[in-house]
Write a protein that binds this ligand. Structure first.
Ligand SMILES: Cc1cc2nc3c(=O)[nH]c(=O)nc-3n(C[C@H](O)[C@H](O)[C@H](O)COP(=O)(O)O)c2cc1C
Length: 332
């Protein structure tokens, strides 16, 4: 399949693996890129720019296909040395960067000077337009369904994607709630040139996370995520567990007076405990509603091949069949 996104990044399939803290290591990024998508290393999971440089080199050993690095500009307790992370990306020869959180405006000159394609992840049309204005090459439009930070507007992809299509000139991918060939065809129909997946890629053989995490995703339904940190305007969609239950109780009691310190134990330093040690109740960790569509743990290649085969079948047989009056099959 050829779209503006496959052409922009030089990849075979219009499928991107979004940056994920303590998930987006070289093993997953390389597996996605080897399967024809765009794999992404999560920059800030590497504690220093030197470690990111090593992770990029490790990924290059595992694939000769294009891959990218995610740089997240979220409110953190101590700002990381972003210029040095960017230097590691540039020196590592990486040609794609996924930015997220605050606007990457101040870093655009350095990224563009190195010939890097920048895809900024946004949860609104206005932020997408800003990304276009400051020179981003593409946008990842992240709907309310998404795992991680859906922003504060609460617009699901059924509305957000066609709105983005109405306003944007640069290409965009649909992010949030994407899992299979149905998602891809729907995303293309709504104006996107591909899709970005987070949660779905965690439940794959190559995702370098504890087996408990993968099994929790298979066991979870679309009803099992919760939004936390709303009153702090740092909303995050996470999988329900006993820590989240406790956190929500504190949020309910404190209301608008909630401070980050009140929930520090449930949100700080959680990812290594969950992703590496498999302690599923250690705290709040990002997960999308798409958990309801995850029923197995395939290899990344099986997943991507299956998505592309299903998308092609839907377009050629189901949709063309409707036009020709011959399609009666349902897709499930
Ligand atoms: C466990 C987890 C960790 C994530 N960490 C990050 C991150 O560090 N930076 C970022 O930009 N997005 C992060 N995301 C968001 C994903 O890149 C992606 O935008 C999102 O998962 C898409 O929604 P989906 O989960 O419904 O596919 C994370 C998502 C998950 C599930």
């Amino acid at each position: 399949m050829k779209t503006a996104i496959t052409e922009l990044f030089g990849i075979e399939h219009p499928i991107i693996q979004g940056g994920m803290h303590y998930v987006g290591f070289a093993e997953l990024a390389a597996a996605v890129s080897n399967a024809g998508g765009l794999g992404i290393i999560t920059g800030l999971t590497q504690k220093t720019p030197e470690l990111l440089a090593k992770e990029i080199a490790r990924c290059r050993d595992m694939t000769d296909k294009p891959f990218g690095v995610n740089l997240t500009f979220l409110p953190t307790f101590a700002a990381p040395p972003y210029p040095e992370y960017i230097a590691a990306i540039v020196e590592g020869g990486v040609k794609a960067v996924e930015t997220a959180g605050r606007s990457p405006e101040q870093y655009m000159p350095a990224l563009k000077a190195a010939g890097i394609k920048v895809i900024h992840k946004c949860t609104s049309v206005r932020h997408s337009l800003k990304a276009e204005r400051i020179g981003c090459d593409a946008v990842s439009v992240d709907g309310f369904e998404c795992g991680g930070h859906p922003g504060e507007d609460d617009i699901p992809n059924m509305i957000l994607l066609p709105r983005a299509a109405e306003e944007l000139k640069i290409p965009f991918v649909a992010s949030g709630g994407m899992a299979d060939g149905r998602s891809l065809v729907a995303a293309l129909a709504l104006g996107a040139a591909g899709m970005n997946m987070g949660t779905r890629f965690i439940a794959t053989k190559e995702a370098p996370v504890h087996q408990n995490v993968k099994e929790a995703l298979v066991a979870a339904s679309e009803l099992d995520t919760r939004l936390i940190m709303r009153t702090l305007r740092n909303t995050e969609r996470v999988l329900m567990n006993s820590s989240v239950e406790r956190l929500l109780k504190v949020e309910h009691e404190k209301g608008d007076k909630l401070k980050i310190d009140d929930i520090f134990a449930e949100v700080a330093g959680v990812y290594p405990k969950v992703m590496t040690e498999g302690l599923m109740d250690a705290g709040a960790w990002s997960c999308g509603m798409v958990a309801g569509l995850i029923h197995d743990i395939p290899t990344v290649k099986e997943l991507i091949d299956r998505i592309m085969a299903q998308a092609e079948d839907i377009i050629r047989n189901r949709l063309m069949g409707f036009l020709e009056g011959t399609s009666t099959r349902k897709v499930a």
